[in-house]
Design a binder for this molecule. Structure first.
Ligand code: PLP
Length: 382
């Protein structure tokens, strides 16, 4: 990356894929490298730095550099899914290590932590990550090795004061990692706020077109733990396929535009249904009524994200029937695509979920905001 490219703003860096061009063919778009192995030099070296398809594929290099640039990191690694990226961080810890994670977080990871990780000897403690005192109480100085955060957090969009939480984590001697999927590399800058690692389900906003499952980690420093994570991915084999890496880069080129529109649409939907008698709560960090609004306003820039939830006043069955009546919104899991999705979270998350039974999660896409509002309005009924 040249000195000029290092100074590029996110929109320029993304649109130009950091200025990549092929020195030989003059192609503007990086190729897809479909290979599982690389030629060794005659003197037995691998000067290209690549030996085999499980640790390396050049198709990853531009999206990894671009993501690292957007997050202000020292490096990034793509994984075969967001879960593969997140679980790598926990699996790189040692038996007996204590970790603190949020009570409200992506349910799939919480489920894995509570059902698998504890059996392997990690001690997992869940804390209300919207409350710094609760985080502080859960941390065990010298024993807690990882503080895991997510902000805004699925599905009630709890906002963590990232800078303050990172300081608490570091004081206790823990590494601090954050699932920043919803902030999508542009709305929050966790590394500047003190986090050591940033995780993304790149399936979501980074790719943005609902056609790739991918994950990523970004590190603040090229330190020993990062080297352990690199080694872990190599041996574990959770590498993203080259076609998916190529599609991901194509999606990332338009991330700033898509995200800007999703944030604007989400704010419009939230404002329209806040106070509507058919909805007993609109959970969105962009509304002043949200408990995390002031902190979100301090640590997010360019919008409050494309994710919100509504609680349907007449309860669970009314929420499920609302989701059944939408025509533009799609009833589907996932988030961060160009098309808006609606989902009854309690049905997905099952027992132990912090999602109230009357909650519908909305992933707001890039359609016309009024169409989305009108569709939800008719689906809510009288
Ligand atoms: C916030 C968040 N983190 C992590 C994940 C897991 O990512 P993936 O589905 O790419 O494994 C998801 C998936 O829904 C998510 O929403």
């Amino acid at each position: 990356m040249s000195e000029i490219e290092k100074r590029w703003h996110s929109a320029t860096a993304a649109a130009h894929a950091l200025g990549w061009e092929d020195d030989v063919t003059k192609s503007l778009i990086p190729p897809i490298h479909l290979t599982s192995t690389y030629i060794r030099d005659p003197d037995n070296q691998y000067r290209s730095g690549r030996s085999y398809g499980r640790p390396h594929n050049p198709t990853h290099e531009v999206p990894e550099r671009l993501l690292s640039h957007l997050e202000g990191g020292a490096g990034a690694m793509l994984f075969s899914s967001g879960m593969a990226a997140a679980t790598a961080v926990f699996l790189a810890l040692k038996p007996g290590d204590h970790v603190v994670a949020p009570k409200v977080m992506y349910w799939g990871l919480r489920h894995w932590l509570m059902n698998f990780v504890t059996e392997w000897g990690l001690q997992v403690e869940l804390a209300d990550a919207g409350d710094l005192a609760a985080i502080k109480a859960a941390l065990r100085p010298g024993k807690t090795k990882l503080l895991w955060l997510e902000s805004p957090a699925n599905p009630t969009w709890v906002v963590t004061d990232i800078a303050a939480a990172a300081e608490l984590g570091h004081k206790a001697g823990a590494r601090v990692a954050i699932d920043s999927t919803v902030a999508a590399a542009l709305l929050t800058n966790p590394i500047k706020l003190g986090c050591d690692l940033v995780m993304h389900s790149a399936t979501k906003y980074l790719n943005g077109h609902t056609d790739v499952v991918a994950g990523a980690l970004v590190t603040a420093a090229a330190d020993e733990f990062w080297a352990r994570l690199v080694a872990f991915r190599t041996s574990n084999g959770a590498l993203l396929g080259p076609v998916e890496a190529w599609l991901l880069l194509r999606g990332m080129r338009t991330l700033p535009l898509r995200l800007e529109r999703a944030c604007r649409n989400a704010q419009a939907v939230a404002e329209r249904f806040a106070g509507d008698p058919r909805v007993c709560a609109v959970l969105y960090p962009g509304l002043a009524s949200h408990p995390g609004h002031a902190i979100a306003a301090k640590q997010m820039k360019g919008g409050f994200g494309g994710m919100l939830s509504i609680r349907v006043a007449r309860g669970e069955m009314a929420a499920i029937s609302t989701a059944a009546r939408v025509k533009i919104w799609k009833r589907a899991t996932s988030l961060g695509g160009v098309e808006s999705l609606v989902e009854h979270r309690a049905s997905v998350e099952g027992a132990g979920s912090p999602a109230p039974p009357d909650l519908l999660r909305l992933s707001v896409g890039i359609e016309d905001a009024q169409d989305l509002i009108d569709d939800l309005d008719q689906a809510l009924g009288n």
